[in-house]
Write a protein that binds this ligand. Sequence first.
Ligand code: PLP
Length: 437
Amino acid sequence: MSKPNNLESLWMPFTPNKTFKKDPRIIVGAKDMHFISDDNREILDGTAGLWCVNAGHGRKTIQEAVSKQLETLDYSPPFQFGHPKQFELANRLAEIFPEGMNHVFFSNSGSEAVDSALKIALAYQRARGHSSKTRLIGRERGYHGVGFGGISVGGMVKNRMYFGSLLSGVDHLRHTHNHSLNAYSHGQPEHGAELADDLERIVQLHDASTIAAVIVEPIAGSTGVLPPPKGYLQRLRDICTKHDILLIFDEVISAFGRLGKATGSDYFGITPDIICCAKGLTNATIPMGATVVQDYIYESMLENADAPIELFHGYTYSGHPVACAAALATLDIYRDEGLFDNAAKMAPLIEQAAHSLKGSKHVIDIRNLGVIAAIELEPRGNAVGARGFETMKKAWELGLMVRANGDTLAFSPPLIVNESQVDEMFTKVKQALEQVE
Ligand SMILES: Cc1ncc(COP(=O)(O)O)c(C=O)c1O
């Protein structure tokens, strides 16, 4: 396999370019649960890439669907024209998403699925005669991608601080992390349902007549894995309903089996008004995002928005035929191989294996839910994130891909993971931790 001989021209995203290029980690292949590095080592994929390769790598039926689609219809414009696969895919998603969520708007990434959701929320409020409802409420430590909408409602400081004043009219709920009360919780933490009442405080400040929507990840991922406290999401749902505020779940990581169900909404038994998804939708083979809305949102837009075009929004590649083919083949794999059930089966094993690291060097907290686990390390003095980064690098040397979000190591393997691979993941990370100062 060819090795790049000059790394200079590429500007790598969310990567320290200078240090990476001195000591690069290059991936040249992948199959099932493993990546192959350029020095020909097998690396166990403890992260499903970036929480996205849910069915494992190199799936034949997805490859075949993509190449067949390229032969028959490589592209078709999504404005004013349709092609069969985008309707078929929307119908398939409606079947597995919560009841009443039967309308799907396609985009190309999680960030775009989020921006589409925020725009739909605003346009819907206006169309139904509530045009003063323009505020968007996010949450501290939230991650909603990198568009201006997503970073405005997002709550991770580095993603926001370099980019000016962002969208106006945005406020944030408090985050739900409470280390002193909830450290080492197994699954959802006991304490913190009342943090949803922070929305009441925001309503008191701005009045519900000015608030269009609230957006949260049902389980926060990129900030270092924060499962919602027991009762929190229900309380948030109730407060949104009481004040006629739309609730958007950003399920870019939690949809497609990560919690053992098609959606996190299904897992938690809480139905939002809008769901954003991406990543596992195509098993990450072709970029694609989707924003799935309740029937009353779509119907109200068709009834009340300006005619003839109800929503002035869309992308050149909305519902791209090749992405649709990849997504349909991916959904077939999830169904035919029962991968969401396998995820549910593996969840307790992951919980047990992750929590067995309690007491290991540097570890100050362990969190888990579904096929997700996080091990939080004590930061090294003022060098926040350094220990996490070094552990990630050490794990790579030992043959494991793990993700470092600051000093939190996140695990989210493909849903095909088996028991011995779960053991291997946490054994290797323990070895890595022992070798890091
Ligand atoms: C919850 C959530 N929303 C949005 C995004 C953005 O997705 P993308 O990187 O595909 O734009 C991510 C990516 O990790 C995510 O975790």
